[in-house]
Design a protein around this ligand. Structure first.
Ligand SMILES: NC(=O)c1ccc[n+]([C@@H]2O[C@H](COP(=O)([O-])OP(=O)(O)OC[C@H]3O[C@@H](n4cnc5c(N)ncnc54)[C@H](OP(=O)(O)O)[C@@H]3O)[C@@H](O)[C@H]2O)c1
Length: 339
């Protein structure tokens, strides 16, 4: 492969206080020869980049499971790429497909320690039904968060009522489908009629509700009433409301807080007091903590992708330069599936 002389990256130049607009990024075009892999590193060419809600949290100067992105640094993002050159002691092979923290750039350096090789032999024959970009969706952070959130945090059992927010998104759609496969009654909550129709007609969710409807709470009380497990990707007012719909010993899996991410001050919860009488539990988790067990989740998910029992949608935008323009689709809900 003949390589260009220059590569492009987006660096963070300001910390957003609300939505990350154009003003927080700067595009830089630099000599590719600057990118030299060190020990345990590799030079990769980007094939796909993942736009994740977590990137917005990493732009804040607050403690998180990864350090804040520093001003002047490449904006951190996951991606799928192909290995071009190896640093000393890197066990990858030139030509390997990888999934790791490439950042918003068309060529990047990745660390072997935090990068997965996507090889056919890694995931058995099921890999037949899996495409590389799946490692940013169902086979990546969103799908694995669904799997471990449901099984390790919520201890999901057949017959339970499972409520899911941002249900048509990358994470939520996997939660819904894994929940159905496990025999739960799945209540999917999303923000557009199109997404609600997909959840009902294509994914087979039992109850589908639009949280933007003026009758949302009345509909919930009529069609669902109470739940055993609430897999919450959203937080804010819907979480506060769900705290009034607990069953005894119910579990709230706090996966994310997308409704609060662009706020300087998150909205407070008032109904948490109901958790005491219901002996309820709320537990947050970060999927990178399960890295040693990702293969277990991928085995199940790959099988579902291969036999068609698990479905996924992607919202694909061509061109690195479009990232600042399209990133906020995650927060407006314009993305239909993994962005
Ligand atoms: N804990 C973990 O390790 C972990 C791992 C992966 C993801 N997550 C979390 O999972 C959540 C979903 O992430 P994703 O990557 O799968 O994104 P996604 O669901 O594919 O896209 C985000 C969706 O969130 C919904 N949304 C945006 N703003 C909202 C608001 N104010 N109120 C309600 N819904 C809103 C929108 O759908 P509607 O049109 O339906 O509003 C939007 O399409 C995020 O909170 C993320 O941080 C956590």
């Amino acid at each position: 492969m003949s390589l260009p002389e220059l590569y492009t990256r987006f660096v963070l130049i300001d910390r957003p206080t609300t939505f990350a607009g154009d003003n927080v990024y700067r595009k830089e075009v630099l000599p590719l020869s600057n990118l030299k892999p060190g020990p345990g590193q590799a030079l990769v060419k980007t094939l796909w980049l993942s736009l994740d809600p977590a990137m917005r949290a990493w732009m804040d100067d607050r403690p998180n499971f990864l350090p804040p992105i520093q001003i002047g640094e490449t904006v951190r993002s996951l991606g799928v790429g192909v290995v071009l050159e190896l640093g000393p002691d890197c066990s990858f092979k030139v030509g390997d497909l990888i999934m790791g923290f490439i950042g918003l750039r068309d060529f990047g350096i990745i660390d072997e320690a935090t990068t997965d090789v996507i090889r056919k032999e890694s995931y058995h024959s099921h890999t037949e039904g899996v495409v590389p970009e799946d490692y940013l969706g169902p086979m990546g952070i969103p799908g694995l968060a669904a799997y471990f959130g449901l099984y390790d945090i919520a201890h999901l059992k057949a017959g339970q009522t499972l409520v899911v927010t941002a249900a048509a998104g990358a994470t939520g759609s996997m939660v819904c489908q894994l929940g159905k496969q496990a025999g739960a009654k799945v209540v999917a909550i999303a923000g557009t009629d199109e997404k609600c129709a997909w959840l009902r007609d294509d994914l087979g969710c039992d109850v589908v509700l639009n949280y933007k409807s003026p009758t949302f709470q009345a509909d919930f009380e009529k069609d669902v009433d109470r739940f055993d497990i609430f897999f919450d990707n959203v937080a804010g007012p819907v979480l506060n409301y769900m705290m009034t719909r607990l069953r005894p010993n119910s579990v709230i899996v706090l996966s994310g807080f997308i409704s609060q991410m662009n706020k300087e001050k998150p909205e407070g919860l008032t109904n948490y007091v109901r958790m005491v009488g219901m002996r309820a539990r709320m537990e947050a988790f970060i999927i990178t903590d399960y890295r040693e067990r990702w293969a277990e989740g991928r085995e199940v998910i790959a099988k579902g992708l291969a036999d068609g029992s698990l479905k996924r949608r992607f919202e694909v935008v061509e061109g690195l330069e479009n990232v600042p323009r399209v990133y906020n689709r995650l927060f407006s809900g314009e993305n239909k599936g993994k962005l």
